[in-house]
Design a protein around this ligand. Structure first.
Ligand SMILES: [Zn+2]
Length: 214
């Protein structure tokens, strides 16, 4: 089932084998693919709690899905996956150029670790940003919001503690030319839906962190 970003990443990686006994035919519990499968217990920690998210019942995994789970969350880099390639990014902020420029297309998917406690690659979906605990459509509104956030952090100089508030502090505003105030206020307000979703707000922070705090 190569329509899945995790499977596309597996192909781009050269179809690596996984550390498990030889696969046997079965149905993948995560993606539903019928074909060679391995038992998930050989791949996934006993502490894994995500089985409820597997719609196909079995605790077997196809090789691409097993591979997607075989990398520990702590070592997962940020990724831009396309139907033919995978690009790794050493910091999430390096993905901001991609994510501010346009919506993700139906042949692009982004994996963005923040807390590094969960497997994110297996949750990736085309046209979506997948981060710890959330998979969200990356549309033009998201690209515009991220553009606003980059502008507020870099040009305006807003700090992250300031950005946590629903309105800009008056001293930040008064330090800007008056003709910029409407833009500062509208950009600040546009971020409110993201502030309300902690995993998304954490992702937004990682995507816009300046180099010194990476
Ligand atoms: Zn699978």
């Amino acid at each position: 089932m190569l329509s899945d970003p995790a499977a596309a990443a597996w192909v781009a990686a050269g179809r690596p084998a996984v550390d498990a006994p030889a696969p046997v035919d079965g149905r993948c519990g995560r993606c539903g693919d019928n074909g060679p499968t391995v038992t998930s217990s050989r791949i996934i920690s006993e502490k894994f709690t995500g089985f409820d998210a597997w719609p196909f019942g079995s605790r077997r995994l196809c090789v691409p899905c097993a591979w997607a789970y075989s990398r520990q969350p702590t070592t997962q880099p940020s990724l831009l996956i396309t139907d033919t390639s995978v690009t790794e990014y050493s910091t999430g902020a390096d993905l901001a150029a991609v994510l501010t420029s346009a919506p993700l297309t139906s042949t692009q998917a982004v994996v963005l670790p923040t807390a590094r406690r969960r497997h994110i690659l297996p949750t990736a979906e085309w046209g979506h940003l997948a981060t710890d605990g959330l998979v969200v459509t990356w549309d033009s509104a998201a690209a515009d919001r991220l553009t606003d956030l980059v502008w507020l952090r870099t040009t305006v100089g807003a700090t992250w503690p300031q950005l946590n508030h629903s309105a800009p502090p008056s001293r930040l505003l008064s330090a800007q030319p008056a003709d910029q105030w409407p833009r500062v206020l509208s950009a600040w307000t546009s971020l409110q839906p993201w502030r309300a979703v902690p995993p998304l707000w954490a992702a937004a922070r990682v995507l816009t962190n300046p180099p010194q705090s990476r």
